[in-house]
Design a binder for this molecule. Sequence first.
Ligand SMILES: Nc1ncnc2c1ncn2[C@@H]1O[C@H](COP(=O)(O)OP(=O)(O)OP(=O)(O)O)[C@@H](O)[C@H]1O
Ligand SMILES: [Mg+2]
Length: 221
Amino acid sequence: MILKIENLNKSFGSLKVLENIEFKIKRGGKITFLGPSGCGKTTLLRIIAGLEKYSGKVKKSFKKIGYIFQEPRLIPWKTVYENLKFVGKDDRKIKEVLISLDLFQFKDYYPAKLSGGMNQRINLARALIVEPEILLLDEPFSSLDIHIKWKLINDINAQIKNRKITTILVTHDIKEAISLSDRILILSNRPAKIIKEFITNEINEFFLEKEVIKLWGDKYV
Ligand SMILES: Nc1ncnc2c1ncn2[C@@H]1O[C@H](COP(=O)(O)OP(=O)(O)OP(=O)(O)O)[C@@H](O)[C@H]1O
Ligand SMILES: [Mg+2]
């Protein structure tokens, strides 16, 4: 197991956000937490990344982690290349990742000159430069238009397969969940609890949509 979580609880003051979260993930596994808005998804990823205090057990068997944040995190006054240089010192590695994502020609651009989709590809490049064993994806597609979104999903799938990276995606989007994972864990409304689990191969989008409507009620969008 690359990650094993037991009896994880988290509150912000009196606001309970995560309740008794328990799961494990094998090296190379692709898991999605499908949860309604505001339920605690980002908090769960932040705990896995070591950015947040918690109570319970989080057993990590990895050192290198890539994190694609929900909000853009590129440094605006640095070029694409400089943004990548900031996390990984090795020029050969930067070049390899840029080429593998068709970004090399944009290496001297500033983020503001590039589209939202391109910015997310650079975020992906930045996450891959550290050669992560595990990649955390926090709704990385929500601001992208549909065509760019599917291209990025295909690229991520190819990259995680080639590089044998374990991934954890959090989203409220059923199609994203199905296309990027081999297991889908459904979270309840806040405080987030794991209320159901599916093997992606055994279900389809329509079945999952019906389940989610039942489980989330009017929080389903
Ligand atoms: N640092 C914090 N201090 C206080 N409350 C917080 C903090 N971080 C998150 N929260 C609250 O915890 C709850 C869960 O937040 P979180 O961002 O984890 O949810 P989410 O599922 O990622 O939401 P979204 O769908 O909007 O991305 C929210 O009510 C949020 O306002
Ligand atoms: Mg969030």
